[in-house]
Design a protein around this ligand. Structure first.
Ligand code: URA
Length: 189
């Protein structure tokens, strides 16, 4: 659940230490009125350069998976990340960095008010659901959270390292997950 008392704008802590070493804070891309929000971990080098989430190699694969499921990446989706600044050497964000960034993410969720949230990878899963079960167990499942439908999926960076399309592989399971997501979007229209 989003906590009742999210800090208001003046109280929201400054995007933490990470913001000292970066040029850009990466907030979002896509449609702020979309029913589907996709939440990743943190921007990488390309995202920092362009100033938008998921525009590097992982993002291109993510767009392709969405398009294969007939989900329009401009109209149907709002993309963002748990952490808004690129961690040095693309390391995973620390627990403290995640905690400091969460109020910003909660504000985004409140403003966009998506009916469906897709959690891309373990960092987003743990940050939102506070659940440390392996993503391989929770992926593809609908979970009720804050009055919304949430589905964790494998991170596309992981899929890029495991490209086999055979039945039962992470890539083929993720394709099925996106078909489920598309089906759900259609029921909301
Ligand atoms: N990986 C993420 O989790 N987010 C991005 O924006 C890019 C890569």
């Amino acid at each position: 659940m989003i906590p009742k008392n999210i800090p208001c704008d003046e109280d929201v802590p400054k995007v933490p230490d990470l913001s000292n070493s970066i040029n850009k804070i990466v907030v979002s891309r896509g449609n702020p009125f979309a029913k589907l929000m996709i939440i990743g971990e943190a921007p990488g080098a390309k995202e920092e350069e362009i100033g938008e989430p998921f525009v590097g190699r992982s993002g291109k694969l993510l767009d392709q998976l969405l398009q294969n499921a007939a989900i329009d990446t401009i109209q149907d989706v709002y993309f963002c990340n748990v952490v808004k600044c690129r961690p040095p050497e693309n390391r995973r964000p620390t627990k403290a960095e995640i905690q400091e960034n969460l109020p910003w993410l909660y504000q985004q969720i409140k403003l966009v008010n998506p009916e469906i949230i897709v959690l891309v990878g373990a960092t987003a899963l743990e940050a939102i659901l506070e659940n440390t079960s392996p993503i391989s167990i929770l992926r593809g499942k609908w979970i009720n959270w804050d009055g919304r439908l949430v589905m964790p999926i494998f991170h596309p960076a992981y899929l890029l390292r495991n490209q086999s399309k055979e039945e039962g592989t992470p890539m083929s399971l993720t394709k099925l997950d996106f078909l489920k997501i598309k089906e759900k979007i259609d029921t909301l229209k």
